[in-house]
Design a protein around this ligand. Sequence first.
Ligand code: OSB
Ligand code: MG
Length: 365
Amino acid sequence: MGIRIDDIRIHRIIAPLKKPFHTKLQHVQERESLIIEVRSGDYRGYGEGVAFTTPWYTEETVKTTLFVLRHVLIPRVKGEVMTHPRNMYELYETVKGNRMAKAALDMACWDLYAKVKGVPLYELYGGKKEAIDAGVVVTWKTEEELREEVQKAVDAGYRRVKIKIHRQIDPQTIENVIREFPETYFFADANGSFTKQSIEKLQAFDAIGLRLIEQPFKKEDRILYEEWTPQFQTPIGLDESIASYEDAEWAIQSGAADCIVLKPGRVGGPTVSLDIIQRAKEASIDLWIGGMIEFGVSKAHNIALATLEGVTLPGDFSASNHFWERDIITPGLTLCDGQMRVLNEPGIGVTIDEDVLKQYRVDTY
Ligand code: OSB
Ligand code: MG
């Protein structure tokens, strides 16, 4: 028996960050996002649109995802009967690109499906872990601030800390700080800042004992990845480069990546993510799940995926209190011994805090 999609709502929200997120690409002080709600009878499935207000990180934006959801994707699924979330995805799979819009809807369909079945999402996915490793990102301007931020992260219990870097900074700054925390796993994320002309600088970063360097070159620089990834001693993880299953396939087959950074909200949602995780597992390539300054709805979806065996390294899983004074879910996500407990309720396993949603909401469509 199928699940009729009776109605779909989109809430556009804006929330201030506790501390500005400062990177070379953008200074983020508040986060605009979409929360999508798919209804069937009394059941509600939730998804999150994770594009930003402007195209500084991905081509898609809040406005483009909103347009595509309202005028292209939702008309294809509203009133239809879901026998499985993959069947819903097939209704709009041929729409070109716009994977962040697709992901928001796909998340909501998976959550709804699991709730109607009365099972936690991770169980539906076949996940086995009871807790997943947490990880946090730090942005910084001075060595002193970097040290302080890392110390705060370590004190909060994070065992994996990701540091934002770019080609103009001195690798010595990073080395000085990470040496002081020998127990911590340090990743560095360059967000595509390095070029063919700055390979030597990247080689210097390669020598400081990082556990991973994320997206050193632009996503378009496939030739550089294919040539250079095998030559670094630090594993290279591809983030922006992985926007689809086919991108993951290229990264695996060409040797351009030692590790896949999977952002479910960017590749099209759980349906595509499950396929990528399966493929990475078959290829025995490392994979971790990344975030993009997300609220608890997306994080809860990501936690469910992270329980799968093919997810081999700690991802961008920070507690609700890292970015937010108040998250839109209740209870908020917390750390326990450097880990996050898997949510054992039907669907994503968290409830929307209607008061907070109302406080952040600027529009409903
Ligand atoms: O490149 O991983 C990235 C945040 C926004 C956009 C891009 C990225 C990030 C992060 C933060 O590094 C990850 C998180 O949400 O914890
Ligand atoms: Mg990244």
